[in-house]
Design a binder for this molecule. Structure first.
Ligand code: AHR
Length: 518
């Protein structure tokens, strides 16, 4: 973070910074400052770092060619993992990573991915293009990758085409310390220490690719599968049940009614939210842009309504609501999918604004959510990294996540914006003692915003800000020009209880302020 500006105010900032602001002011007349009230002592809840989690599936070039290139690759690697990806994801701090799907999870048999690689069976990935999957990336490769990048592994079990004993055995294989045949097999495969996997998904999208079940059918399956999962070696499994597609109340009500208040309720209930786009990633129009960005208001109302529904069955809120797949899903370009794999899409300034709006929603609903996993980490959908042979670039969404990182582990604060319409200024605020973080997103393509944040209690002794912005919402980092959208220092003033900042159109900015006394 840079551009520390003292109480003396914005006018005292450096010439370069002022020049850019003056240019944008001349080009785009700024209306009166938008008021945001930051309620410094109105706490919502902890922003669990897991809300900034990720998802990686055997789909397109997310795993093969993206994360995993193999030890013999000419692409620089660490034990087969793309070195650049390891370094970038470690820098981002992935927190938690969900694998192996997605739809792939309900057609995946974990035993296919253990033992000597040359002996692993070759299967057909029926969900994502019928390509031959050689299973060279399996449980150990995944968990070791998580260790390398500092993420907690989250395994999604197979309910659709699997059996309760298959999932039960996977848990034992991973977590039982030693002495059983399965734990000895794990040791022989290179991991004498238990893998201590905490997060276990009991199926994925079982209303769709995970078995086309009704909520009642799924609840029956859930109870059978969950009933055989045990805590081993102190690693209490956190079981995740399949939640609805978007805000589907029938699924949620049907599932919990059929659970009948039985003892082994899930620990997490995972809803999926995709913001479908009507354009190719780099060909958005004002209309399709606005339509997509407006959908994040539905994400927020969906969280509120789903939590309310869950409360009817779980008034003590023991079950955590999660969004373990979310992000933008644009119209694919067939030539790009052919070249880079299924569901490959470019990531633009619009995508970064969407990512930041999503994370802002999570922060504002911090008391209702326990995890969020953007789909997906590399080369698929709303990716933070894109690769092409040796090249690996950080997308604008990578930088959006980086800008919002200071909120992790903080206490979310209520922040009231004067314009809370779907395309109004998006805000989230949080604090850790005297350190205040505010993320402001301007989703407007044609209007700059002057923003005045008023702290309800206390003063801001100093503030600094970083921003990503591009006037063209279709702009993106490419393999040829990887630094089109990168974070920059941005002027901000802190004066008494007021923090002032100007946001160009299509911008994501995080202000870090130090609180002083009132
Ligand atoms: O993320 C791509 C796919 O979207 C996943 O496999 C599935 O769970 C969802 O429909």
């Amino acid at each position: 973070m840079g551009a520390i500006v003292s109480r003396r105010g914005f006018l005292a900032t450096t010439g370069a910074a002022c020049a850019s602001v003056l240019t944008s002011r001349t080009a785009l007349a700024l209306p009166a400052a938008q008021q945001v009230e930051i309620q410094t002592d109105a706490e919502i809840g902890t922003i669990r770092p897991e809300m900034h989690g990720h998802f990686a599936e055997h789909l397109g070039s997310c795993i093969y060619g993206g994360i995993w290139v193999g030890k013999d690759s000419r692409i620089p690697n660490i034990d087969g993992y793309r070195k650049q990806a390891v370094e970038d994801l470690r820098r981002l701090g992935l927190v938690v990573l969900r694998w192996p799907g997605g739809c792939f999870a309900d057609d995946y048999h974990w035993r296919d991915g253990i033992g000597p690689r040359q002996k692993r069976p070759r299967r057909v990935n029926i969900h994502w293009g019928n390509y031959t999957e050689d299973n060279s990336f399996g449980t150990h490769e995944f968990v070791n990758f998580c260790r390398l990048i500092g993420a907690d592994p989250y395994l999604a079990g197979n309910v659709g085409s699997g059996t309760p004993d298959e999932l039960r055995d996977w848990v034992e294989y991973c977590n039982y310390p030693s002495g059983s045949t399965l734990s000895d097999e794990r040791a022989a495969n290179g991991s004498p220490e238990p893998l201590r996997v905490r997060y276990w998904g009991v199926g994925n999208e079982n209303w769709g690719c995970g078995g086309q079940m009704t909520p009642q059918e799924y609840a029956t399956h859930y109870r059978r599968f969950a009933g055989y999962i045990r805590e081993f070696g102190g690693a209490r499994p956190f079981l995740v049940a399949c939640g609805p597609s978007g805000n589907n109340a029938d699924w949620t009500r049907g599932f919990f009614q059929s659970m009948g208040g039985r003892r082994r309720m899930p620990d997490g209930f995972a809803m999926h939210f995709y913001s479908g786009g009507k354009s190719n990633a780099t060909k958005y129009t004002v209309e399709t842009l606005q339509e997509q960005l407006s959908s994040f208001a539905r994400l927020e109302s969906g969280i509120l309504e789903q939590r309310k529904l869950m409360d009817e069955f779980d008034p003590q809120k023991r079950i955590g609501l999660m969004i373990d797949e979310w992000g933008v899903w644009d119209r694919m370009v067939p030539e790009e999918e052919k070249r880079y794999g299924r569901l490959w899409q470019q990531i633009t300034m619009r995508s970064a604004v969407a990512a930041a709006m999503g994370l802002n929603v999570f922060h504002r609903q911090a008391d209702k959510l326990v995890m969020g996993n953007i789909a997906q980490t590399v080369n698929v959908l709303h990716a933070v990294l894109l690769t092409d042979q040796e090249r690996c670039i950080r997308t604008s969404t990578f930088y959006a996540f980086e800008l919002l990182k200071p909120h992790r582990g903080n206490t979310a604060l209520r922040a009231k914006s004067a314009d809370e319409s779907p395309l109004g200024l998006s805000v989230s605020a949080s604090r850790q003692k005297d350190a205040l973080a505010i993320t402001l997103v301007n989703p407007k393509h044609d209007a700059a915003m002057a923003v005045e944040c008023a702290l309800t209690k206390g003063t801001a002794a100093s503030a600094r800000a970083r921003i990503i912005h591009h006037a063209d919402f279709n702009a993106c980092n490419t393999f040829e020009a990887p630094d089109v959208i990168v974070p920059k220092d941005h002027p901000v003033t802190a004066q008494g209880s007021k923090i002032r900042i100007e946001l160009p159109p299509m911008a994501v900015a995080t202000v870090l302020a130090q609180l002083g006394s009132a």
